[in-house]
Design a protein. Structure first.
Ligand SMILES: *Cc1c(COP(=O)(O)O)cnc(C)c1O
Length: 225
């Protein structure tokens, strides 16, 4: 199936007016599809699988900002650490420490989002509210010790439930925004500016509820097999 350039141009214009960042989710889609949106000006692309991302990064232009939006295993961080722009799904302290370690090897600071579990499905990853507060606390303590210098936690990411129930979706986005604001208000937390929520089916709702970054795949690239 072909890239939907018409949908891209419409969504892109709308998001630019709203100052929301569009991450085009290109998982499973060929490099040629990515190049097509790149040629129309898109620079932020999201991938879910480490090996696929590493391969596409070699094939495609250097100024693409690659977002890793999948579930990242600690032992695979090293493959994307040299170039990844933003890691959305950090859901454990151990993973954050590993990203810091790998980023240091390449003398980089890697931006990360903490993933929060807001959906009803138990299969989705992420911190709950209490774990999130504990993680923020731990990050602050490490930063005071001048550690964790090669990661910057710049916000939160969440996935809403797989449902058409608008009120349920709205409730989950509102909750995520509330947690985001709580973290952003911590006086030491000056770099916290990104709330990644909203996909093809729910991004308009997510933006109404305060999203600053949406991850859109099928609307742009067609349905996945
Ligand atoms: C696949 C994926 C998306 C994009 O989903 P669409 O419904 O195709 O827009 C967004 N976020 C995450 C984490 C994904 O895995």
């Amino acid at each position: 199936m072909a890239v939907n350039t018409k949908a891209f141009l419409e969504i892109n214009e709308q998001l630019q007016a709203q100052q929301v960042t569009l991450v085009a989710v290109s998982k499973i889609k060929p490099a040629g599809d990515i190049q097509e949106l790149y040629d129309l000006g898109q620079r932020d692309f999201g991938e879910n699988y480490v090996q696929e991302l590493a391969e596409k990064h070699l094939l495609l232009p250097n100024d693409i900002r690659w977002h890793f939006i999948g579930h990242l295993q600690s032992n695979k961080v090293k493959y994307i650490a040299p170039f990844v722009h933003l890691i959305h799904g950090v859901d454990s302290y151990k993973l954050l420490l590993e990203i810091d370690k790998q980023a240091r090897k390449f003398d980089r600071v890697i931006q990360c989002l903490l993933q929060v579990h807001v959906a009803q499905e138990e299969t989705k990853f992420g911190f709950n509210e209490i774990e999130l507060m504990e993680a923020m606390d731990a990050i602050h303590k490490y930063k005071l010790l001048n550690e964790l210098r090669n990661v910057e936690v710049v916000g939160l990411m969440g996935m809403a439930s797989f449902t058409d129930d608008v009120e349920q979706l709205r409730k989950e986005f509102k909750y995520l925004k509330l947690l985001f604001d709580g973290c952003a208000d911590l006086p030491w937390n000056t770099q916290f500016n990104t709330l990644s929520m909203g996909m093809s089916g729910d991004f308009k709702l997510a933006i109404e509820e305060g999203s600053t970054m949406v991850r859109i795949g099928s609307l742009l690239f067609g349905a996945r097999q």
